[in-house]
Design a protein around this ligand. Structure first.
Ligand SMILES: Cc1cc2nc3c(=O)[nH]c(=O)nc-3n(C[C@H](O)[C@H](O)[C@H](O)COP(=O)(O)O)c2cc1C
Length: 486
């Protein structure tokens, strides 16, 4: 640890590109007490190439593409050519499962940004064509007989809703949160959803799921992650009424949507993307290093999967058991929220413009998600598990993914940020090629900095298409101006 790091409490770490063998990476992990499985090399035609029955169709291999929004839909919630290109590239990965494509709002007031897709009758044909184009691209690289399992992620953004042009926050919240309420202060006053509001939202999710089924999607993800409404309900411990308080009540929203969908779209698979654990909200501390906000009360009650500081998977295990019993078949694991603890959610070498320096070695964040997924997979059998947060591993994604799947720690490995810069990584690994260093995502967070400043998202540093856009110049200026002056 350097003097600066010691002062700020920041954990030192090595660049991923500095590891030249699986042994070196394992040694570093052992030294730092990071529990990360790493194989020596990736085996083409090995465990990652094995098909998997998902309950929503057979996935031809163990790679998945995680949902990645581009902030690039139209004001009416239709895809644009940017959206179509992204989905086509997801197909070009040859991945066996597409987890949701991107967050799609079930109704206008639940959009996380004015350019988020919305699933209504008027947009359905275009959403269906996103899936068709993706499958076409998959078949171009895998052959006509191969077909990925494709889901659609359904969301209401709750506290983080910004549905109208200009992007002002218009929060719909599950409960008043003493710390996060301050962070939404720049928007309209937050409205607490009543039980009747939530009953209506259940109906909206069911209508949206039925539409997704008609559009040909194999499953829908009833999103419960990243601080959006479904996730916030999980920590609504002091909310009165039938959607708050007991864990059973906090599972009611999911169970009601699942029951509705089983009745109106019996052939549709059900998935949940779940933030497995959470913490006190973080912000920049001394030296710009992330630190948790102070909490004066007794135990912090608002972290599902923890007490604010330490993580505990007992409630998530019980909740997942209820979800499975309600008919959910697929789980995509993630953690925390991009708004209040991004280092837990998407470990990165560099933070976005509104973020903070990671207080820990990002490898620790990757390993935490992998281990939590493995623990819950053991505790709640009978589900298909897709893991997240592998992009920080860079050249080591293949050997770690393979070790995870071989060890039964997850069924499939999801790719998020790397799928923007280098969707063909799975194919290159399977062809026995060394990953193309020029396309491996270095987790510089430009894909988040851009939308946080009102620009479309994409891989500005590595994808020539985004590099050449006028927005790349705007982004450079934004980054220059947000750099601390000496
Ligand atoms: C630009 C961007 C857009 C994202 N969009 C979504 C989304 O629409 N839905 C979602 O559940 N997660 C979304 N995520 C989170 C990713 O799916 C993923 O969990 C995260 O990036 C960690 O995986 P990775 O290490 O492979 O990037 C997004 C992340 C980024 C950086």
């Amino acid at each position: 640890m350097s003097a600066g790091e010691a002062e700020s409490g920041r954990e030192s770490h090595l660049k991923m590109s500095s590891f030249t063998s699986g042994g070196e990476l394992r040694a570093r992990c052992a030294e730092a007490g990071i529990d990360l499985p790493v194989d020596d090399s990736f085996q083409p035609g090995g465990p990652m190439s094995t098909p998997l029955a998902t309950g929503s169709g057979s996935a031809p291999n163990r790679w998945a593409i995680l949902p990645m929004e581009g902030w690039d839909g139209t004001a009416e919630g239709r895809p644009t050519e940017f959206t179509r290109r992204r989905w086509r590239r997801f197909g070009q990965s040859g991945a066996g499962l597409i987890w949701g494509g991107e967050a799609v709002a079930v109704r206008h007031d639940g959009r996380a940004n004015p350019n988020q897709l919305v699933i209504i009758e008027e947009t359905l044909g275009e959403l269906a064509s996103l899936r068709e184009e993706l499958i076409h691209e998959h078949q171009m690289v895998r052959g006509a007989a191969s077909k990925p399992v494709v889901g659609l992620q359904l969301t209401h953004s709750g506290r983080w809703s910004r549905p109208h042009a200009g992007g002002r926050l218009e929060p719909w919240i599950a409960y008043r949160h003493p710390l996060l309420d301050r962070r939404v202060a720049s928007g309209l006053p937050a409205r607490v959803m009543t039980d009747s509001d939530l009953d209506r939202l259940v109906d909206d999710f069911v209508v949206a799921g039925e539409r997704a089924s008609r559009a040909g999607f194999d499953f829908v993800d009833i999103k419960h992650c990243h601080g959006y409404l479904g996730h916030e309900l999980l920590s609504a411990v002091d909310r009165p009424g039938c959607y708050g308080g007991t864990l059973e009540n906090r599972c009611r929203f999911l169970r009601s949507v699942a029951a509705g969908l089983r009745s109106v779209a019996p052939g549709l698979g059900l998935g949940v993307r779940l933030s497995l654990y959470d913490s006190l909200p973080f912000g920049p501390g001394p030296g710009g290093v992330g630190r948790a906000e102070a909490w004066d009360g007794a135990a912090y009650p608002y972290a599902f999967g923890g007490d604010g500081v330490y993580f505990c998977l007992d409630e998530p295990a019980a909740w997942l058991t209820m979800a499975r019993d309600a008919g959910v078949q697929l789980i995509c694991t993630t953690a925390g929220s991009p708004y209040h603890n991004p280092h837990l959610q998407r470990p990165a070498a560099q933070p976005p413009s509104d973020g903070y320096l990671a207080p820990e070695d990002p490898l620790r964040g990757v390993a935490r998600q992998i281990q939590a997924t493995a623990t819950l997979k053991r505790r709640v059998p009978g589900l298909v598990w897709v893991g997240s947060a592998y992009s920080y591993l860079q050249e080591w994604i293949g050997p770690v993914a393979q070790a995870v799947v071989t060890g039964g720690m997850a069924d499939m490995v999801g790719l998020g940020r790397l799928a923007l810069s280098y969707p063909q990584l799975p194919l290159d690994l399977e062809a026995g090629l060394v990953p193309d260093r020029k396309r491996v995502c270095r987790t510089l967070s430009d894909c988040t900095t851009a939308p946080r400043n009102g620009l479309i998202s994409g891989c500005y540093p590595l994808d020539p298409f985004y590099k050449s856009l006028p927005q790349a110049v705007e982004l450079r200026i934004i980054k220059e101006n947000s750099r601390p002056r000496r």
